[in-house]
Design a binder for this molecule. Structure first.
Ligand code: SAH
Ligand code: SF4
Ligand code: F3S
Length: 445
């Protein structure tokens, strides 16, 4: 028998939460590939199952716990199977996860992935493995991630880790630790490799990209964005997420200067009420936010603007809620992620404020926000009818094999007849129809 075939083990990895977690799963896969693990998409054939988890809202954690219950049945058929919990929930709950669920063998926080090979050795001897130490320096800068998304068109590139903002409701600073920026040279190297592999789009990731700073040569986020944009005339560049308090004129200038920097700004408002914003410790006002939006639109009239909204935060009155609805209309968001406030243990809000908005009020307010956003999303797309957009093709439409889908620079999804086009092509599409979620059109030859 061939020795290498004995050594190769199979890794199944499932990812929850934000794009940072998707990017981290790629780092984990790279670390474990060096240890002779091969990626599989079938948990039943895995030797190691890893769940990369999210703690942002209570329901994110409940989902993971349910999923672990389903996955543990595979241990019946494979006595050697090990199960590990990674990511934010691992960091938040730590070794208590092992008490709650004895089928879990391994608990590893977001800054401890380099320790995985060692921990797996411990685990193979039948002991549990835990490392949830947060770091002030770790950025995994030297690790070339194994891309798990098979489309080979767009990739995430992590540019920093952690968050120093301490928004009152948010668990991220506790699960991801202090903010630290990654060496720009290693970021540019990673993007160059992606270009060589034929990728057409990168998204630069951080919890608050505007506070990116590489102190050795004072590279700030606009500098970094510009350096990435200069690498190729056919590489689209996106980034996420901007914090409204830190978005600078310099960033707006760099975005306007390069066609390849996508004309979408994701600027989470959270609430339209100054009272709520203050209690949330967001450090901007409704007025300063609206000023940033007009500066962005003035410099880039074609820009789309998207946001995150939390409804039912501690003490939110009906007037505060109306302020949010009004602000949404005033900005005319093209897209939004909308959530009910979920109290997270250990946060400032959990310690200092009562979670006093009844569940049914949170639900009603969320529904009103969603209904308004559906209307705004539809209006945003209706404006595009008759216009021509450059679309980067991401793959086949889920509904029809005769159609392809891709995105505009504004991050709107477009579906159109495939003709001779293929994934990764840029194509000019004339928009003829839309729903609130999708544009429809046909390619111009
Ligand atoms: N760093 C990003 C957001 C990361 S979390 C930023 O500051 O914009 C993504 C979104 O989840 C947040 O923008 C917020 O809208 C939502 N969120 C965070 N904590 C939450 C909580 N406790 N309850 C409900 N939604 C929350
Ligand atoms: Fe959380 Fe605020 Fe940091 Fe975003 S900026 S990750 S909402 S603490
Ligand atoms: Fe969730 Fe952690 Fe991201 S809490 S949203 S996976 S940073």
């Amino acid at each position: 028998m061939n020795i290498t075939s004995i050594d190769i083990k199979k890794l199944y990895i499932e990812t929850y939460g934000c794009q940072m977690n998707v990017s981290d799963s790629e780092v984990v896969s790279a670390i474990l590939q060096k240890e002779n693990y091969q990626i599989t998409d079938k948990p039943e054939e895995a030797d190691l199952i890893l769940i990369n988890t999210c703690s942002i809202r209570d329901n994110a954690e409940i989902r993971v716990k349910g999923r672990l219950e389903n996955l543990r049945i595979h241990k019946k058929n494979n006595k050697n199977l090990k199960i590990g919990v990674l990511g934010c929930m691992a960091e938040r709950i730590k070794d208590k996860i092992l008490e709650d669920d004895p089928s879990v063998d391994l608990v590893v926080g977001p800054d401890a992935y380099r320790d995985l090979p060692k921990l797996l050795e411990v685990v193979s001897g039948g002991t549990k493995g835990v490392n949830t130490i947060l770091s002030l320096e770790e950025t995994y800068a030297d690790i070339s991630p194994v891309r798990l998304d098979e489309n080979n068109v767009s990739a995430f590139v992590s540019i920093m880790r952690g968050c120093n903002n301490l928004c009152a409701y948010c668990v991220v600073p506790y699960t991801r630790g202090r903010e630290r920026s990654r060496d720009p040279e290693t970021i540019l190297r990673e993007v160059k490799e992606l270009i060589q592999q034929g990728y057409k789009e990168v998204t630069l990731l951080g919890q608050n990209v505007n506070s990116y700073l590489w102190k050795e040569d004072n590279t700030d986020f606009p500098d970094l964005l510009e350096k990435v944009a200069m690498l190729s005339p056919v590489l689209r560049v996106r980034y996420s997420t901007s914090h409204p308090k830190d978005l600078s004129d310099k960033l707006i200038q760099v975005m306007s200067k390069y066609d390849t920097i996508c004309k979408n700004v994701h600027l989470p408002i959270q609430s339209g009420s100054n009272n709520v914003l203050e209690r949330m410790k967001r450090k901007y006002t409704r007025e300063s936010y609206l000023q940033k939006i007009s500066a962005i639109r003035k410099a880039m009239p074609e820009v789309s603007v998207s946001t995150d909204i939390i409804t039912g935060f501690c003490g939110e009155t009906e007037d505060d809620h109306l302020d949010t609805l009004n602000l949404m209309k005033e900005v005319g968001y093209d897209f939004a992620f909308m959530f009910k406030y979920s109290e997270r243990p250990g946060t400032f809000a959990a310690k200092k404020y009562a979670d006093d908005i009844p569940e049914e009020t949170k639900t009603r307010r969320l529904n009103e926000i969603i209904e308004l956003q559906n209307q705004l999303s539809l209006e945003s797309k209706q404006k595009d009818i008759g216009e021509v957009f450059e679309v980067l093709i991401e793959g086949r439409s889920k509904k029809s094999s005769e159609e392809l889908f891709g995105r505009t620079s504004q991050n709107k999804v477009v579906v159109f007849p495939k003709m001779h086009f293929k994934t990764g092509d840029y194509v000019q599409v004339k928009i003829t129809d839309c729903s609130s979620a999708t544009l429809k059109g046909s390619a111009i030859l």
